[in-house]
Design a protein around this ligand. Sequence first.
Ligand code: NAG
Length: 424
Amino acid sequence: MRTTTTTQILISALAGTAAATPLATEPRQAAIECPPIPSPYPTYSQLPLQKSLPDPFLPLKYTTNDNAGSSSTFAKDVMEGRGQHRVQTPEEWYKCRQPEILQLLQEYQYGYYPDHSQEKVEATHSGNTVNIAVTAGGKTGKFKATLSLPSGASSSKPVPVVINIGGMQNAPYLSAGIAVVGFDYTSVAADSNSKSGAFWDVYKGRDIGVLTAWAWGFHRTLDGLNMTVPEIDPTRVGVTGCSRLGKGALAAGLFDKRITVTMPMSSGVQGMGPYRYHGLSGQDETLENSKSGAGWWSNSKLGTFVNHAENLPYDAHTIAAAIAPRALIIDQGTGDQFTDSKGTAIVAYPAAKAVYDWLGAGDKIGMSVRGGGHCDNSGFSSILPFVQKVFFGTATTKNFNDLGTYKSPMTTAFPWATAVPKAS
Ligand SMILES: *[C@@H]1O[C@H](CO)[C@@H](O)[C@H](O)[C@H]1NC(C)=O
């Protein structure tokens, strides 16, 4: 680049134009061009079988089998970080790859999040209740949220908030000066195929998963808090829930940049549990059994990957990585009989952290491996120091990169991480 500049200056000097137009001759960052997202999206048979976690740095266009040519090692190359046209810089990640991941996750799993710019949100606040009404396309859905403020919260000293579904351990959060707000997720979207609740009152007929509907509930609750509760600071916001509701909390963190810290608890598959390496602990929750047991959590497209989960061009670590550089703290209990705590801790978490590290945000992702079982309330106090660090900058000596009894990452699950693109 320097050579080009010198040449250009020489040329302009020779042409007698001196340096009259410095803007035109100064070295410029080459404009970043994003590879187009394949349209239509590739089906499972057009994607390579990847037994280890997909390379988050490889754009979808270069992941498809069309790129294999006569290579017999295409899938292996892709898995090991030798795919062509990987993202090279954080700028490229934020401009191209992160938005692409958000798109492909909606296409393959979540269904398309409704266009918020077409919504009108109204809210009223009385006592501990915030009533929320959302209108779009002439239809209205209503639900309410319940508020607990810590002592000392005031409009001149607004406090951060954790919004939860399904309840949480409130007391330590309130003592720490954090408001706790809950809403009845079933009144936003029933945990069934019934398509009832405020979300479906507005969006019935769309191929959207219930996890996305719950995410929308978190976001509209935040809108309502911002409009009617001046004691809450809407720029410091956590979202949480456990098990299926942890999957919903992860979606809430993914789809709204206003969420400061995402706190999925014992979340399992479609949360922070990987589709691959699903049997390391727990009852072996998989794409197949989650789709047959609660197919409504995701859109219908995900069903086309049943028995082909290893052709998915993403996994739990990709979802987590797309949240960067915003904070993410992941809870799992070693005694969890249901979800794959070990797979989350030694596979999904460290793979996502490789991306956070590369983006210079390594301290924004944490893993909390605790004792106890599925949705044990102690998980909330275990992660609290991380949340306090995010909200208040409070120092903590607790190491949120400690995998506890699971010890160390399974690096063979994400070989591409040893070949991360040089950020220069
Ligand atoms: C709160 O509402 C104001 C006014 O509509 C808006 O400008 C701001 O972005 C909102 N903040 C959040 C965090 O939603």
